[in-house]
Design a protein around this ligand. Structure first.
Ligand SMILES: [Zn+2]
Length: 163
């Protein structure tokens, strides 16, 4: 299948007969102002594929290690659950308030033993009682997601030169 030869390739080639661009010769045409419709010769720049990619990604590549750190940072104050962890004290209050009229056990007697067990359950907020239980992404998944996002960004960023 022959790939479409872009108009701006022809424009470049007509102006740079000594330095023409050929399909798959490792070069591409970059639109200097980022506007792929602006095919004025002064807006066109022939450059190596690899250099072109670099140009579009300067400072945007985040090393793997940093990405892991970033995901970890989201477990902190950026995490949706941040600040929503109950203190022991308020957990106790919750257990008590849930023993009130909204509780399905209302009107039924809780023994001290049962109340203690309920409080114990509420203490286990990091376990299966936590609403986030089982919903945490593994680090591997986080990396996969950010890689996918990066690929998406790449497509969008390079669109300027329609590669
Ligand atoms: Zn470009």
């Amino acid at each position: 299948m022959v790939r479409h030869v872009y108009e701006y390739w022809e424009i470049w080639n007509s102006c740079h007969s000594e330095d023409i661009i050929k399909h798959r010769d490792g070069h591409c045409i970059h639109h200097i102002n980022g506007d792929a419709n602006d095919n004025r010769i002064e807006n066109l720049q022939k450059m190596l594929f690899s250099e072109h990619t670099k140009l579009h990604h300067t400072g945007k590549d985040v090393p793997q290690e940093t990405k892991i750190k970033m995901s970890k940072a989201q477990s902190g104050k950026n995490h949706p659950m941040y600040g929503r962890q109950h203190r022991e004290e308020s957990k106790m209050r919750m257990s008590i308030s849930q023993s009130g009229e909204k509780n399905h056990m209302y009107g039924k007697h809780h023994s001290e033993e049962t109340k203690r067990k309920i409080s114990e359950n509420h203490k286990d907020i990091r376990g299966k009682n936590n609403p986030m239980y089982g919903r945490r992404h593994s680090e591997e998944t986080i990396i996969k997601i950010s890689e996918a996002k990066k690929r998406k960004n790449k497509r969008e960023e390079i669109k300027c030169c329609q590669l």
